[in-house]
Design a protein around this ligand. Structure first.
Ligand code: ATP
Length: 366
């Protein structure tokens, strides 16, 4: 690529024990985070968990109460936003409606009073990169949502920030465009080598784009890791639930290599898992299989109580003998292969494969 051998363009961002309160409400609590140069890092969490506040402290729009923020080792705490090597793209785009696309993108360079020729060249390079060169003379009103989002992106990137902060930038787009833009953002980020810090509450979006994801809850980072780490090896119930794990069953006892549920069902755990007595074992709904074959290991008996069609699969709600509920997501093909009626109360055999099981040391929340 064009950047090979050159110094990385992205900045390394470090948050060291950063906190922020609004009155007595702690929005960000003692957060430490190392964001690598050129990395696509996503802050993932539900509304109010402190993602935006974290981003605003990096940009300088919000002052920290305590802790340190550095970019490439340089302390940012006292620097106003415009003196940080950082730019922000907002969900609202904040484009100037009376200016052309080109003038919107050139705005920051014009403010810096760069030579006209350089402004024109850098602006058109950036418009080309986001695929909008042919819209240079258009006004934002005449663009689609996705095009406006790309103008906002180009306008931030043309300033050559070492770090780009993006706060739910695709939130206003419909699902299809959103998916396209996710791939496009990732492609642009990889091409430029700029560090992206991305905020979203959408787990799928985070999984698709990120090099690493930091999952936040109540002002704290609960887990940081690659998408595979977060999805397949969540460290606690909260993170697991946030990325779609369900079926948290209380563990009543442990046996070598496995656990025992309250109804006496024994489940073998994956190799290397440490069973914890008085913990939880969990499985994603789509990992549960109907045991129509001769499967013997980790097969549980359950009674069907409901089937809901959810498009690509069927959601089955089932009751275990001990009273716990299981939700399984089963493909139409697998359901069609079931050798009998599927009425309420039907007794079914389900396979909870050891490799699909997660164990958490926590006691049940409810
Ligand atoms: P969202 O996706 O809804 O923006 P978030 O995870 O980005 O959520 P923040 O915007 O960081 O969350 O807000 C964290 C908490 O701090 C929220 O409860 C919010 O109400 C509160 N908060 C944020 N800014 C202020 C402020 N300026 N004054 C008072 N409270 C604030």
């Amino acid at each position: 690529s064009k950047n090979e051998g050159a110094a990385p363009r992205g900045g390394a961002v470090r948050l060291d024990r950063v906190s922020k309160s609004f009155e007595s409400f702690v929005a960000v609590s003692d957060v430490s985070l190392d964001i690598r140069a050129g990395e696509f890092l996503t802050l993932l969490g539900s509304s109010g968990c402190g993602k935006t506040t974290t981003l605003r402290m990096i940009s300088g729009f919000e002052a920290v109460d305590s802790g340190t923020i550095t970019v490439d080792g340089a302390r940012m705490n006292e620097r106003p936003p415009y003196r940080r090597p950082v730019n922000t793209v907002f969900q609202s785009y904040a484009l100037f409606p009376h200016m052309t696309v080109e003038a919107n993108v050139a705005y920051g360079l014009t403010l810096k009073k760069l030579p006209k020729a350089e402004i024109v060249q850098r602006t058109s390079e950036m418009l080309e990169r986001v695929g909008l060169l042919d819209k240079a003379a258009a006004r934002p009103d005449n663009l689609s949502g996705g095009q406006r989002q790309r103008v906002a992106l180009a306008r931030a990137l043309v300033n050559e920030p070492r770090v780009l902060l993006l706060d739910e930038p695709l939130g206003a787009l419909d699902a299809k465009l959103r998916r396209e833009m996710q791939l496009e953002l990732k492609r642009i980020q990889t091409g430029l080598g700029i560090t992206f810090v991305y905020v979203t509450h959408d787990q799928e979006e985070a999984l698709v784009m990120s090099d690493r994801i930091a999952v936040m809850n109540a002002g704290k980072i609960r887990q940081i890791g690659t998408p595979a780490d977060i999805f397949e090896r969540p460290c606690e119930r909260f993170v697991a639930e946030f990325v779609g794990t369900e079926n948290f069953l209380p563990i009543a006892d442990t046996v070598p290599g496995g656990v025992v549920l309250s109804d006496g069902t024994r489940l073998r755990l994956p190799e290397g898992a440490t069973p914890a007595d008085a913990g939880l074992v969990a499985i994603r709904p789509e990992k549960i299989r109907l045991a129509t074959n001769g499967a013997e290991t980790n097969v549980v008996e359950a009674r069907l109580s409901e089937i809901a069609y959810v498009g690509t699969a069927n959601r089955l709600i089932l009751r275990l003998p001990g009273g716990d509920t299981l939700t399984a997501e089963v493909s139409p093909e697998a359901l069609a292969a079931w050798p009998g009626p599927l009425d309420e109360g039907t007794q079914m055999r389900l396979e909870l494969a050891p490799d699909a099981l997660l164990v958490f040391p926590e006691t049940p929340a409810r």
